[in-house]
Structures are given as C-alpha cells and as structure tokens.
Write a protein that binds this ligand. Sequence first.
Ligand code: SF4
Length: 395
Amino acid sequence: MPVAELEALMMNLGEPRWRGRQLAEAMYCQRVTEMDAFTTLPKSVRGRLAESGWGVGRPEIVSVFKSADGTERYLVRGNDDQTVETVWMPEGDGGEAGDGSEVEVEGNSILPSSLLSEPVRKDGAPARIEDEAPTRVADRAPTRSWDRATICVSSQVGCAVNCRFCLTAKLGLQRNLTAGEIAGQVVAVLDRHGAEVGRDRVNLVFMGMGEPFLNYDHFMAAVRLLVEEVGISPLRMTVSTSGIVPGIERFAQEPDSVRPKLAISLNAPNDALREEVMPINRKWPIDAVVDAVRKVPLRPRERVTFEYVLLGGLTDRPEQAAEVAQLVRRAGLPAKVNLIAWNPGPGIEYFMPSFESVERFRCRLAGEGVPVFLRRPRGRDIYAACGQLKRTLKA
Ligand code: SF4
C-alpha cells in the first residue's frame, strides 16, 4: 500500500495521519514482517488492525532452483495460488549495472567461449534442486558470496505478447500482478539474501514474466513504492518493453525521480523479421516505437538499451548487425545494444547462435560505432535465463 493509503487507514481507525508514515517506515525501510514487530504503534492499534483483517507479509518463495553459476530462480506466490518467477543473479548478467559502471565487455575484445558454452540439459527438465516451504528470512539467509546482484522481476502472470522465442508466451496472460506483488518480489528476495538498500549494489530489471507496460498502473505504483519507500534509486532499475507505444508515451511523462531506465526489446533488424519473431510489431512497428522513445527525456549519461536476442541462422548474420547499427543511428538517441544469445527451451523451434556468429555480430556492431554488450547467460540450466521463464503450472 502506498503511504497515502496507510495514512487513510490510520485516520479511519481514529489515529493521527502521521501514524501512516510510521507504518510505512516499519514495513518498507525496516522491512518488518509481523504485526507484533510494529513496536512504535500502540498495542491497541495493532490489535484493531489485526481484528479488521489487516496483516503484514511478503509474497511467499515457494520453490527455489539453483544454478551452477549462482543464479537462483524462485517460484513466488502472490495473493492467490498463482505463481510467478523472480530471478536473483549474483554479480548481475552484464546487462545493467545501474550506475553507469557496466562491467560488460565492450568493443572488439574477444570473449571467452565459455560465456556461450554452458551445458544445457537435453531432456528439457530443469534440475529441481531444492523444494522448500516458506520460511522466515532469519532462519535461512544464504551465505553471502556476492558483491553486487541483479533481481529480475515479473509484472504479470504469463504474458499476452506472444514473442515466438519466449517460454513465458506459452502461458498466455493469466492476470496482472498488483503493485504489492511486484514490489513484494523484490523485498522478499532482498530479505532472503540479507541485502541492505544503500549498502549493497542491487539492481532491478523488470524483464521477468509479462509486459510491464500492459500492466502500467500497477507497475509504476510498484516502482514508486520501491523508490520512495524501500529506497532503491530508479537509476538502478531498468524496465524492458516489447514496444507498447501508449505505455512508452505514458512512461515519458513520469518524473526523473521515479522513472527507471528504458530498454526496448528489439530482437530483429527490420519490420519484416520482427513481425515474424514478435507479432506485436504489426501493431507498433519499429519506427513508431522509436518515435515514442524519443519522447522520453533522458538524464545525463543515460542511454536507451536495445535488447537483441540472437536466433541462430535467423537474426545473427553480420549484415543484419549493420542494419541494426543503421537503425540505432537513425534513432538518433544515446543508445546501446545488449546482445543475448538465445536461450533454448522445450517446444521452441529456434536454434542457439554459434559462438562465432555472436562474435561476428558483436564486432560488426562495434565496428559501426554502436556501443554493444553481451549479456552473460545466467541460470540456463534452471531455465532462469532470458526468455526462459515459465513457471510450472502447479506450484
Ligand atoms: S519476451 Fe517478454 S513480452 Fe515477449 S512474450 Fe516473453 S514475457 Fe512477454
């Protein structure tokens, strides 16, 4: 709940308005998880809150899948039995450092082939390493072994956009998440890892299940909670959209103080191919998306990211890299391109690009003067990587 609603709640109980701010402090800054821990609130008020059915809680992490690379994928239960996926990537994925200090390999340097040659299981089933009942954070915070981390957050249960390379698309749209469910994923994961906002470098990418701009109001309400109450800078957040033009136009109106950085999921060098891999392109073709992006007032040093999933034999040719470079130049925006070697999933008929084709594509883009980064594939063995999020239907 935003502070204004907490204040209204307190006033309805005959308490002064400032009690609402006190509640917000306890819930979002101190991250209190039980009504009894609200020690600044008189016991009688806590009692009345509980009697009226109010409670404090987090979305439950009902299952944990751990990758050999340290990535953790969570099945998170919201306000009903539906679950979404949230991913914890210690040391990030090279995509977004959030503070301008990206660690990706840029330019023409040669990448170790190990970045693209992580073993992928052939039987289609991710290794379920750990099933766990929800437990309090203090009981089970994992040993800390990270300097910075990225949390990939979901915004919807399933997705209606139907990108052909994406496992989440196979679920269709089940429902929108509420602001509390979106922000709650972040807080639940921060709690699990004992991460402290302000002390630890934790970045958020809204690139999990769903299209955030098709759940715009709840998504932005969650961002405001995370910025204004939890204390995470919007510069540490990136939202990715498949190119929902009305959403981008609304996003352009948001003040700098709460507006995350923007990434456009491009994935093809031209409209014809983009329509094939992302049917949404028929509604909002590339030029319309770029026109909308131009309306977003960027902060100093801020760049728009174009995400580009390389599909082996389809979108990974060097001449297509030249087309992408042309497109980026035509956009006339401070921009960079994040390359993602497509992550395989059961029932999707694309091919992984070869290491050589990824390298050729990257070098061609860099040679054309476009800042280009390769996102490290994280958690492929547990289906936590980009485009791989599709929860098991039964939690
Ligand atoms: S890539 Fe994103 S927008 Fe496209 S179907 Fe998957 S979750 Fe939806």
